[in-house]
Design a protein around this ligand. Structure first.
Ligand code: SIN
Ligand code: CO
Length: 392
Protein backbone atom coordinates (compact mmCIF):
# COMPACT_ATOMS: atom_id res chain seq x y z
CA UNK A 1 0.00 0.00 0.00
CA UNK A 2 1.36 3.42 -0.86
CA UNK A 3 2.25 5.75 1.97
CA UNK A 4 -0.47 8.35 1.93
CA UNK A 5 1.23 10.85 4.15
CA UNK A 6 4.37 11.91 2.31
CA UNK A 7 5.01 15.64 1.86
CA UNK A 8 3.53 16.59 -1.50
CA UNK A 9 4.75 19.21 -3.94
CA UNK A 10 1.06 19.49 -4.85
CA UNK A 11 0.52 20.83 -1.32
CA UNK A 12 3.63 23.03 -1.28
CA UNK A 13 5.60 20.43 0.70
CA UNK A 14 2.88 19.84 3.30
CA UNK A 15 1.84 16.30 4.13
CA UNK A 16 -1.83 15.53 3.44
CA UNK A 17 -2.31 15.20 7.21
CA UNK A 18 -0.88 18.68 7.87
CA UNK A 19 -3.00 20.13 5.05
CA UNK A 20 -6.15 18.55 6.50
CA UNK A 21 -5.36 19.74 10.02
CA UNK A 22 -4.41 23.32 9.10
CA UNK A 23 -6.28 24.27 5.94
CA UNK A 24 -9.08 21.91 4.86
CA UNK A 25 -12.42 23.67 5.46
CA UNK A 26 -10.54 26.31 7.45
CA UNK A 27 -8.39 28.73 5.44
CA UNK A 28 -7.11 29.37 1.93
CA UNK A 29 -3.71 28.22 0.72
CA UNK A 30 -1.82 29.34 -2.37
CA UNK A 31 0.73 26.86 -3.65
CA UNK A 32 3.11 28.20 -6.28
CA UNK A 33 4.26 25.63 -8.82
CA UNK A 34 2.15 22.84 -7.27
CA UNK A 35 2.31 20.89 -10.52
CA UNK A 36 5.56 21.74 -12.32
CA UNK A 37 5.26 22.11 -16.10
CA UNK A 38 1.47 21.92 -15.96
CA UNK A 39 0.02 23.96 -18.79
CA UNK A 40 -3.36 22.31 -19.04
CA UNK A 41 -5.01 19.18 -20.34
CA UNK A 42 -6.89 20.50 -23.33
CA UNK A 43 -6.91 23.45 -25.72
CA UNK A 44 -9.56 26.19 -25.78
CA UNK A 45 -10.92 24.65 -29.00
CA UNK A 46 -11.18 21.22 -27.42
CA UNK A 47 -13.00 22.73 -24.45
CA UNK A 48 -15.40 24.53 -26.80
CA UNK A 49 -15.88 21.19 -28.60
CA UNK A 50 -16.91 19.53 -25.34
CA UNK A 51 -19.33 22.39 -24.67
CA UNK A 52 -21.07 21.53 -27.97
CA UNK A 53 -21.83 17.96 -26.90
CA UNK A 54 -25.31 17.07 -25.66
CA UNK A 55 -24.28 15.15 -22.57
CA UNK A 56 -21.85 17.81 -21.33
CA UNK A 57 -22.97 20.54 -18.94
CA UNK A 58 -21.57 23.92 -19.86
CA UNK A 59 -22.23 27.62 -19.35
CA UNK A 60 -21.13 30.87 -20.90
CA UNK A 61 -21.16 33.68 -18.37
CA UNK A 62 -21.12 37.17 -19.84
CA UNK A 63 -20.64 40.55 -18.28
CA UNK A 64 -22.27 43.18 -20.48
CA UNK A 65 -22.66 46.83 -19.60
CA UNK A 66 -22.74 46.20 -15.86
CA UNK A 67 -25.06 43.17 -16.09
CA UNK A 68 -24.30 39.48 -15.59
CA UNK A 69 -25.83 36.99 -18.04
CA UNK A 70 -25.61 33.20 -18.25
CA UNK A 71 -26.30 30.93 -21.23
CA UNK A 72 -26.40 27.18 -20.89
CA UNK A 73 -25.02 24.60 -23.35
CA UNK A 74 -24.91 22.60 -25.46
CA UNK A 75 -23.57 25.38 -27.69
CA UNK A 76 -22.80 25.46 -31.36
CA UNK A 77 -20.17 27.21 -33.45
CA UNK A 78 -22.35 30.30 -33.94
CA UNK A 79 -22.60 30.80 -30.18
CA UNK A 80 -18.84 31.08 -30.03
CA UNK A 81 -18.57 33.16 -33.19
CA UNK A 82 -20.91 35.73 -31.62
CA UNK A 83 -18.73 36.23 -28.55
CA UNK A 84 -16.63 39.37 -28.37
CA UNK A 85 -13.11 38.60 -29.43
CA UNK A 86 -11.53 41.64 -27.87
CA UNK A 87 -13.31 41.95 -24.56
CA UNK A 88 -13.12 45.02 -22.37
CA UNK A 89 -13.71 45.30 -18.61
CA UNK A 90 -17.27 46.32 -19.49
CA UNK A 91 -17.86 43.51 -21.95
CA UNK A 92 -16.35 40.12 -21.37
CA UNK A 93 -17.18 36.46 -20.96
CA UNK A 94 -16.05 33.03 -19.82
CA UNK A 95 -16.87 29.46 -20.81
CA UNK A 96 -17.22 26.86 -18.04
CA UNK A 97 -17.47 23.13 -18.64
CA UNK A 98 -18.40 20.67 -15.85
CA UNK A 99 -17.29 17.07 -15.31
CA UNK A 100 -14.41 17.21 -17.77
CA UNK A 101 -13.07 14.13 -15.94
CA UNK A 102 -15.97 12.15 -17.44
CA UNK A 103 -14.66 12.81 -20.93
CA UNK A 104 -10.91 13.17 -20.60
CA UNK A 105 -8.74 10.39 -19.09
CA UNK A 106 -6.12 13.00 -18.14
CA UNK A 107 -8.85 14.86 -16.22
CA UNK A 108 -9.67 11.73 -14.20
CA UNK A 109 -5.93 11.22 -13.58
CA UNK A 110 -5.64 14.80 -12.34
CA UNK A 111 -8.46 14.22 -9.83
CA UNK A 112 -6.63 11.11 -8.57
CA UNK A 113 -3.80 13.38 -7.41
CA UNK A 114 -6.24 14.72 -4.84
CA UNK A 115 -7.05 11.32 -3.40
CA UNK A 116 -5.94 12.41 0.08
CA UNK A 117 -9.56 13.61 0.20
CA UNK A 118 -12.09 10.72 0.16
CA UNK A 119 -13.71 9.93 -3.17
CA UNK A 120 -17.06 10.26 -1.41
CA UNK A 121 -16.35 14.01 -1.10
CA UNK A 122 -15.13 14.55 -4.64
CA UNK A 123 -17.45 16.15 -7.17
CA UNK A 124 -15.87 16.90 -10.51
CA UNK A 125 -13.29 18.72 -12.59
CA UNK A 126 -14.61 21.95 -14.10
CA UNK A 127 -12.54 23.75 -16.70
CA UNK A 128 -12.94 27.39 -17.62
CA UNK A 129 -11.63 29.42 -20.49
CA UNK A 130 -11.73 33.21 -20.61
CA UNK A 131 -10.19 35.93 -22.73
CA UNK A 132 -8.46 38.79 -20.91
CA UNK A 133 -10.65 40.22 -18.13
CA UNK A 134 -13.23 37.41 -18.22
CA UNK A 135 -14.53 35.61 -15.16
CA UNK A 136 -17.62 34.73 -13.16
CA UNK A 137 -17.35 37.77 -10.91
CA UNK A 138 -16.97 38.08 -7.16
CA UNK A 139 -18.78 35.21 -5.41
CA UNK A 140 -18.47 32.44 -2.89
CA UNK A 141 -19.00 28.72 -3.32
CA UNK A 142 -20.62 26.39 -0.81
CA UNK A 143 -17.96 23.73 -1.30
CA UNK A 144 -14.21 23.32 -1.07
CA UNK A 145 -12.30 23.82 -4.29
CA UNK A 146 -8.73 23.61 -5.57
CA UNK A 147 -8.20 26.05 -8.44
CA UNK A 148 -5.34 24.93 -10.62
CA UNK A 149 -4.06 27.37 -13.20
CA UNK A 150 -3.57 25.95 -16.68
CA UNK A 151 -2.43 28.08 -19.59
CA UNK A 152 -2.35 31.87 -19.29
CA UNK A 153 -2.62 33.68 -15.97
CA UNK A 154 -5.30 34.76 -13.55
CA UNK A 155 -5.60 37.35 -10.85
CA UNK A 156 -7.21 35.87 -7.75
CA UNK A 157 -8.67 38.16 -5.15
CA UNK A 158 -9.94 36.74 -1.90
CA UNK A 159 -11.76 38.28 0.99
CA UNK A 160 -12.72 36.97 4.41
CA UNK A 161 -15.70 39.32 4.50
CA UNK A 162 -18.79 38.22 6.37
CA UNK A 163 -21.12 40.29 4.17
CA UNK A 164 -22.21 37.65 1.68
CA UNK A 165 -25.22 39.53 0.31
CA UNK A 166 -25.84 38.89 -3.37
CA UNK A 167 -26.78 41.06 -6.34
CA UNK A 168 -30.52 40.61 -6.77
CA UNK A 169 -31.95 39.31 -10.02
CA UNK A 170 -28.59 38.13 -11.43
CA UNK A 171 -28.63 34.68 -13.07
CA UNK A 172 -25.60 33.70 -11.00
CA UNK A 173 -24.47 34.41 -7.49
CA UNK A 174 -22.56 37.70 -7.50
CA UNK A 175 -21.53 39.41 -4.28
CA UNK A 176 -22.93 42.92 -3.90
CA UNK A 177 -19.79 44.12 -2.18
CA UNK A 178 -16.30 42.71 -2.39
CA UNK A 179 -13.42 43.92 -0.22
CA UNK A 180 -10.15 42.53 -1.51
CA UNK A 181 -8.00 41.30 1.37
CA UNK A 182 -5.35 39.52 -0.70
CA UNK A 183 -4.53 39.42 -4.37
CA UNK A 184 -2.25 37.08 -6.33
CA UNK A 185 -1.30 36.73 -9.97
CA UNK A 186 -1.16 32.99 -10.58
CA UNK A 187 0.44 31.20 -13.50
CA UNK A 188 0.49 27.72 -15.00
CA UNK A 189 0.86 25.04 -12.30
CA UNK A 190 -0.11 27.29 -9.36
CA UNK A 191 -2.87 25.98 -7.12
CA UNK A 192 -5.23 27.89 -4.85
CA UNK A 193 -7.24 26.01 -2.22
CA UNK A 194 -10.37 27.77 -0.99
CA UNK A 195 -12.57 26.56 1.86
CA UNK A 196 -16.36 26.85 1.50
CA UNK A 197 -17.97 30.29 1.71
CA UNK A 198 -14.75 32.23 1.22
CA UNK A 199 -15.40 35.19 -1.08
CA UNK A 200 -13.21 35.14 -4.19
CA UNK A 201 -12.90 36.73 -7.59
CA UNK A 202 -10.85 35.39 -10.46
CA UNK A 203 -10.02 37.64 -13.39
CA UNK A 204 -8.50 36.08 -16.49
CA UNK A 205 -5.21 37.53 -17.71
CA UNK A 206 -3.99 36.89 -21.23
CA UNK A 207 -0.21 36.56 -21.12
CA UNK A 208 2.00 36.53 -24.23
CA UNK A 209 -1.14 36.10 -26.32
CA UNK A 210 -2.23 33.02 -24.34
CA UNK A 211 -5.69 33.17 -22.77
CA UNK A 212 -6.52 31.90 -19.30
CA UNK A 213 -7.74 28.39 -18.52
CA UNK A 214 -8.44 27.30 -14.95
CA UNK A 215 -9.07 23.79 -13.64
CA UNK A 216 -11.40 23.57 -10.62
CA UNK A 217 -11.15 20.40 -8.60
CA UNK A 218 -14.49 20.65 -6.84
CA UNK A 219 -15.80 18.79 -3.82
CA UNK A 220 -19.29 18.10 -2.67
CA UNK A 221 -20.94 17.96 0.71
CA UNK A 222 -24.62 17.08 0.82
CA UNK A 223 -26.91 19.40 2.74
CA UNK A 224 -28.30 17.73 5.88
CA UNK A 225 -31.80 18.40 4.59
CA UNK A 226 -30.96 16.62 1.33
CA UNK A 227 -29.40 13.69 3.22
CA UNK A 228 -32.59 13.40 5.29
CA UNK A 229 -34.82 13.42 2.20
CA UNK A 230 -32.69 10.81 0.46
CA UNK A 231 -32.34 8.70 3.60
CA UNK A 232 -36.09 8.60 4.17
CA UNK A 233 -36.51 7.44 0.56
CA UNK A 234 -33.87 4.78 1.17
CA UNK A 235 -35.68 3.63 4.33
CA UNK A 236 -38.93 3.50 2.36
CA UNK A 237 -37.22 1.12 -0.07
CA UNK A 238 -35.96 -0.94 2.88
CA UNK A 239 -39.56 -1.25 4.08
CA UNK A 240 -40.85 -2.16 0.63
CA UNK A 241 -38.19 -4.84 0.31
CA UNK A 242 -38.94 -6.19 3.81
CA UNK A 243 -35.39 -5.38 4.93
CA UNK A 244 -36.99 -3.27 7.64
CA UNK A 245 -39.92 -4.94 9.39
CA UNK A 246 -42.14 -3.49 12.10
CA UNK A 247 -44.12 -6.38 13.56
CA UNK A 248 -47.66 -6.25 14.87
CA UNK A 249 -50.76 -4.22 14.21
CA UNK A 250 -52.24 -1.24 16.01
CA UNK A 251 -54.20 -2.47 19.06
CA UNK A 252 -56.37 -0.71 21.63
CA UNK A 253 -57.83 -3.24 24.05
CA UNK A 254 -57.58 -0.39 26.59
CA UNK A 255 -59.70 1.98 24.50
CA UNK A 256 -61.54 4.56 26.65
CA UNK A 257 -64.77 6.26 25.65
CA UNK A 258 -64.03 9.56 23.89
CA UNK A 259 -66.19 12.72 24.00
CA UNK A 260 -65.64 13.29 20.27
CA UNK A 261 -65.70 10.42 17.82
CA UNK A 262 -63.74 12.51 15.31
CA UNK A 263 -60.92 13.31 17.70
CA UNK A 264 -57.59 11.51 17.36
CA UNK A 265 -57.12 10.52 20.97
CA UNK A 266 -53.96 11.22 22.94
CA UNK A 267 -53.53 7.47 23.61
CA UNK A 268 -53.54 6.74 19.88
CA UNK A 269 -50.90 9.41 19.23
CA UNK A 270 -48.64 8.12 22.00
CA UNK A 271 -49.01 4.48 20.93
CA UNK A 272 -48.26 5.19 17.24
CA UNK A 273 -45.33 7.37 18.23
CA UNK A 274 -43.94 4.49 20.31
CA UNK A 275 -44.44 2.03 17.45
CA UNK A 276 -42.75 4.29 14.90
CA UNK A 277 -39.82 4.89 17.23
CA UNK A 278 -38.99 1.22 16.63
CA UNK A 279 -37.69 2.32 13.22
CA UNK A 280 -33.96 2.06 13.90
CA UNK A 281 -30.89 1.92 11.73
CA UNK A 282 -27.46 0.53 12.26
CA UNK A 283 -24.18 2.01 10.99
CA UNK A 284 -24.36 -0.68 8.31
CA UNK A 285 -27.66 0.75 7.04
CA UNK A 286 -26.12 4.24 6.97
CA UNK A 287 -23.08 2.90 5.10
CA UNK A 288 -25.39 1.23 2.55
CA UNK A 289 -27.38 4.42 2.20
CA UNK A 290 -24.26 6.58 1.73
CA UNK A 291 -22.63 4.07 -0.60
CA UNK A 292 -25.59 3.78 -2.93
CA UNK A 293 -26.53 7.47 -2.74
CA UNK A 294 -23.05 8.93 -3.18
CA UNK A 295 -22.06 6.54 -5.96
CA UNK A 296 -25.34 7.08 -7.83
CA UNK A 297 -24.58 8.67 -11.22
CA UNK A 298 -25.85 12.23 -11.73
CA UNK A 299 -29.07 12.40 -13.75
CA UNK A 300 -27.34 13.37 -16.97
CA UNK A 301 -24.78 10.54 -16.84
CA UNK A 302 -25.39 7.67 -19.26
CA UNK A 303 -23.31 4.53 -19.52
CA UNK A 304 -22.62 3.05 -22.91
CA UNK A 305 -22.85 -0.76 -22.69
CA UNK A 306 -19.75 -2.45 -24.10
CA UNK A 307 -20.00 -4.71 -27.10
CA UNK A 308 -20.44 -8.34 -26.16
CA UNK A 309 -17.16 -10.10 -25.51
CA UNK A 310 -16.90 -13.73 -24.51
CA UNK A 311 -16.07 -14.36 -20.88
CA UNK A 312 -12.96 -16.16 -22.02
CA UNK A 313 -11.67 -13.19 -24.03
CA UNK A 314 -12.58 -10.88 -21.17
CA UNK A 315 -10.62 -12.83 -18.56
CA UNK A 316 -7.65 -13.19 -20.89
CA UNK A 317 -7.58 -9.46 -21.57
CA UNK A 318 -7.94 -8.69 -17.87
CA UNK A 319 -5.00 -10.99 -17.12
CA UNK A 320 -2.93 -9.29 -19.79
CA UNK A 321 -3.68 -5.58 -19.41
CA UNK A 322 -5.84 -5.01 -16.31
CA UNK A 323 -8.98 -2.89 -16.33
CA UNK A 324 -10.18 0.56 -15.20
CA UNK A 325 -13.34 2.14 -13.96
CA UNK A 326 -15.11 3.95 -16.75
CA UNK A 327 -14.46 7.70 -16.49
CA UNK A 328 -18.08 8.23 -15.39
CA UNK A 329 -18.08 5.43 -12.80
CA UNK A 330 -18.08 6.16 -9.10
CA UNK A 331 -16.98 3.35 -6.78
CA UNK A 332 -16.93 3.44 -2.99
CA UNK A 333 -16.75 0.85 -0.27
CA UNK A 334 -17.35 0.38 3.42
CA UNK A 335 -15.90 -2.74 5.06
CA UNK A 336 -16.97 -5.64 2.80
CA UNK A 337 -19.67 -3.70 0.98
CA UNK A 338 -18.89 -2.24 -2.41
CA UNK A 339 -20.94 0.39 -4.21
CA UNK A 340 -20.57 1.00 -7.93
CA UNK A 341 -22.81 3.53 -9.63
CA UNK A 342 -25.53 3.13 -7.03
CA UNK A 343 -25.42 -0.69 -6.93
CA UNK A 344 -24.32 -2.55 -3.80
CA UNK A 345 -22.58 -5.90 -3.54
CA UNK A 346 -20.80 -7.74 -0.74
CA UNK A 347 -17.37 -9.33 -1.04
CA UNK A 348 -14.94 -10.83 1.43
CA UNK A 349 -11.38 -12.19 1.38
CA UNK A 350 -9.23 -11.87 -1.74
CA UNK A 351 -12.06 -10.60 -4.01
CA UNK A 352 -12.68 -7.77 -1.49
CA UNK A 353 -9.01 -6.74 -1.54
CA UNK A 354 -9.01 -6.78 -5.36
CA UNK A 355 -12.12 -4.59 -5.42
CA UNK A 356 -10.61 -2.25 -2.81
CA UNK A 357 -7.71 -1.63 -5.21
CA UNK A 358 -10.10 -1.01 -8.09
CA UNK A 359 -12.10 1.47 -5.98
CA UNK A 360 -9.08 3.34 -4.58
CA UNK A 361 -7.00 3.53 -7.75
CA UNK A 362 -9.88 3.43 -10.27
CA UNK A 363 -7.72 0.82 -11.91
CA UNK A 364 -6.77 -2.82 -11.55
CA UNK A 365 -3.35 -4.06 -12.62
CA UNK A 366 -3.23 -7.07 -14.96
CA UNK A 367 -4.89 -9.78 -12.84
CA UNK A 368 -5.40 -13.45 -13.39
CA UNK A 369 -8.63 -13.70 -11.43
CA UNK A 370 -9.48 -17.19 -10.26
CA UNK A 371 -12.56 -16.41 -8.20
CA UNK A 372 -15.49 -17.24 -10.51
CA UNK A 373 -18.14 -14.98 -8.86
CA UNK A 374 -15.72 -12.00 -8.90
CA UNK A 375 -14.80 -12.62 -12.52
CA UNK A 376 -18.50 -12.80 -13.40
CA UNK A 377 -19.16 -9.56 -11.52
CA UNK A 378 -16.31 -7.75 -13.31
CA UNK A 379 -17.57 -9.10 -16.62
CA UNK A 380 -21.13 -7.89 -15.90
CA UNK A 381 -19.83 -4.46 -14.92
CA UNK A 382 -17.76 -4.37 -18.10
CA UNK A 383 -20.75 -5.26 -20.27
CA UNK A 384 -22.82 -2.56 -18.48
CA UNK A 385 -20.13 -0.02 -19.40
CA UNK A 386 -19.01 0.56 -15.80
CA UNK A 387 -15.53 -0.77 -16.54
CA UNK A 388 -13.31 -0.12 -19.50
CA UNK A 389 -10.13 -1.31 -21.17
CA UNK A 390 -9.63 2.11 -22.76
CA UNK A 391 -7.81 4.04 -20.04
CA UNK A 392 -4.87 1.82 -19.24
C1 SIN B 1 -13.44 30.07 -13.07
O1 SIN B 1 -12.67 29.15 -13.35
O2 SIN B 1 -13.58 31.05 -13.79
C2 SIN B 1 -14.30 30.06 -11.85
C3 SIN B 1 -13.77 29.33 -10.72
C4 SIN B 1 -14.38 29.84 -9.45
O3 SIN B 1 -14.28 31.01 -9.13
O4 SIN B 1 -14.96 29.07 -8.67
CO1 CO C 1 -15.78 30.02 -7.17
Amino acid sequence: MKTKNNPLQLLGGLTPEAFLAEYWQKKPLLIKNAIPNFTGLLTPDELAGLACEDEVQSRIVKYKKGKWLADFGPFDEDDFANLTEKPTPENNWTLLVQSVNHHLPAGAALLQQFDFIPHARLDDLMVSYAPNGGGVGPHFDSYDVFLLQGQGKRIWRISEQTDLSLVEGAPLRILKNFDTAQEWLVEAGDLLYLPPHLAHWGIAVTADGIDCMTYSIGFRAPKNQELATEFLGFMQDQLNQDKLVLDGIYDDADLKLQDHAAEIGKEMIVKVSENLSKIKWSDQVIADFLGTYLSEPKVDVMFEPNKKMSMRNFSEKLAKVGISLDLKSQMLFSADNFYLNGEASKWTGEPASILTKLADNRHLEASNIQDAPLLQQLYDWYIAGYLSFDYL
